[in-house]
Ligand binder design. Structure first.
Ligand SMILES: *Cc1c(COP(=O)(O)O)cnc(C)c1O
Length: 502
């Protein structure tokens, strides 16, 4: 199995190289040259396995330069009951919102209470094994730009992992108090955290620039370091996410909600387009998916793109109550466009160049139409997000976080406007306790709220009875370790300083 760059098909690398490098040398993203094909009987076989078994099968088909023992070690170390609370790290919760069935795929039972754990608990294992194959004598420097959840999940995944150092950059005013506390109190001897004066896109652009800065990369190499990425531009992030779509489908079959071969819809609260792209790969592999419903908050650049074929980031940036989706440059869309143009690297490069220089591009009419056939986009602002959280809990008894509420809202609009009642899997991407202030103000009906984050956690728990994830509760008494703040243009200097490289 080989991987190509989205912007230059002549660049071909192995699976372990794709994971070790994170991004192609030409700035493109790695995509699999061939997509493994599963028949219904292959899917039936998956229904008989547990999550670890499903993950082993799917990872094996994509990572052909890993041995069976290596895959086994990666998967069994990542998805333990100790880390995810049970043998199924991605359970479905069957809910109703009025007369609409909501099959909620809870992806936040991992150590940092957000769905990023699904990939970032396994990525360090995949990455260290990949590096051993490609650059055995180098130490990996993992750079991460985060809109909140990736940062903590990556820190937790990589902390004290031998042969790695990790640095996380987050927008100084762009994360929730709980997210900030999670990162600034991070333990581990190989970790560093820095706030950026700017938004997530500034942080992400900064990291991308460092990766493609030839002088800087050379300097690091001379000091036996190699850069890598834990962002969802890394194939090793996307691949593990494909698993939970097959797993959710298997659970629906096993629970008698659908029959093998029935189509489902998927609803994904979307930011960087990684999670929804993973569902697209599942579809390409043979999972029966009818519609992909892409849910955005007020930063609705994707909603507009699906409707018009024009991607235009020249617009106001909103800091919303679903901060992990406050993104105007959805990096993984690049991979999707590559597949939607039948691997036209020249076109993708042209559009990505236009995005860099003009902040916008328009895809060809046939591409736009193709996408519109199986993608539906919608968005939900903060006010509506709160209304949904309130109603879903106070009327129908399910407490969800702000990101999940965006998905619920967009799905509700979708069902009401189309009448499409195909059973749907709705991704729930974070625990409500990661965003206690917003969730509490939604369910508490105008009551005055405490200022302290942990007082809010307690009050939300008292009001709703929803259990507080233990790792979040434990943050209360942790010491702050990181207080760095820097300009986006000073990120390279921060990296060099923290490695002690001149
Ligand atoms: C990262 C994140 C998202 C967006 O996922 P993408 O893969 O970037 O589209 C949605 N919700 C939460 C809670 C997240 O952490």
């Amino acid at each position: 199995m080989k991987y190509n760059s989205t912007t230059d098909k002549n660049i071909t690398v192995s699976a372990s190289q794709a994971i070790a490098q994170g991004i192609s040398t030409d700035g493109g993203l790695f995509v699999p040259v061939e997509i493994p094909q599963y028949s219904l009987s292959d899917i039936e076989a998956l229904t008989k396995l547990d999550y670890v078994g499903r993950a082993k099968k799917i990872l094996t088909d994509y990572l052909d330069d890993f041995t069976a023992e290596e895959i086994d070690e990666c998967v069994t170390k990542a998805y333990t009951a100790e880390k995810f609370g049970s043998n199924n790290p991605a359970p479905l919760s069957y809910q109703k919102y009025g007369d609409i069935d909501m099959n909620i795929l809870e992806l936040w039972h991992g150590p940092t209470s957000a769905f990023k754990d699904m990939a970032l608990q396994i990525l360090p294992h995949l990455l260290t094994k990949s590096l051993r194959k490609t650059s055995p004598d180098k130490e990996a420097v993992i750079l991460v730009a985060t809109s909140g959840d990736t940062g903590k999940a990556a820190l937790e995944g990589f902390k004290d992992v031998e042969g790695t150092k990790i640095m996380v950059f987050y927008p100084v005013d762009g994360v929730s108090p709980m997210q900030k506390r999670q990162m600034t109190t991070q333990e581990g001897n190989n970790v560093n955290v820095c706030a950026i004066k700017g938004n997530f896109d500034d942080a992400q652009t900064g990291v991308k620039k460092i990766f493609t800065d030839k002088t800087l990369v050379k300097k690091l190499n001379e000091n036996n370091y190699i850069f890598s990425s834990a962002n969802s531009i890394n194939w090793g992030r996307l691949l593990p996410q494909i698993v939970y779509y097959f797993s959710a489908y298997s659970e629906l079959v096993n629970d008698g909600k659908i029959s093998l071969g029935d189509k489902i819809n998927v609803v994904v609260p979307t930011g960087n387009f990684g999670n929804i792209l993973a569902s697209y790969y599942a579809f390409r592999m043979g999972l029966p998916i009818k519609k992909f419903i892409c849910a955005s908050n007020s930063n609705n650049v994707l909603t507009d793109f699906i409707a018009t074929g024009t991607y235009d980031k020249n617009r106001s940036f909103y800091a919303t109550i679903s901060p992990s989706m406050d993104i105007l440059v959805s990096s993984n869309l690049e991979r999707f466009l590559y597949h939607m143009t039948e691997c036209d690297d020249v076109k993708v490069k042209e559009w990505m160049t236009s995005l860099k220089t003009k902040g916008a591009y328009t895809v060809d009419a046939d591409v736009k139409e193709k996408i519109a056939n199986f993608f539906a986009g919608g968005f939900c602002d903060d006010e509506k997000t709160k209304k949904i959280i309130d109603e879903f809990f106070n009327k129908y008894g399910y407490l969800c976080d702000t990101h999940t509420a965006v998905a619920v809202s967009v799905y509700k609009d979708y069902v009401e406007s189309t009448g499409d009642r195909t059973p749907a899997v709705i991704d729930s991407t974070a625990s409500p306790y990661k965003f206690s202030g917003s969730v509490l103000s939604a369910v508490a009906g105008g009551e005055k709220l405490p200022d302290d984050e942990f007082a809010m956690v307690e009050l939300l728990n008292a009001k709703t009875g929803a259990p507080v994830p233990a790792p979040l509760a434990a943050l209360k008494d942790k010491e702050t370790r990181f207080t760095n703040v820097c300009e986006a243009e000073d990120m390279p200097e921060f990296v060099l300083n923290s490695l002690g490289v001149k």
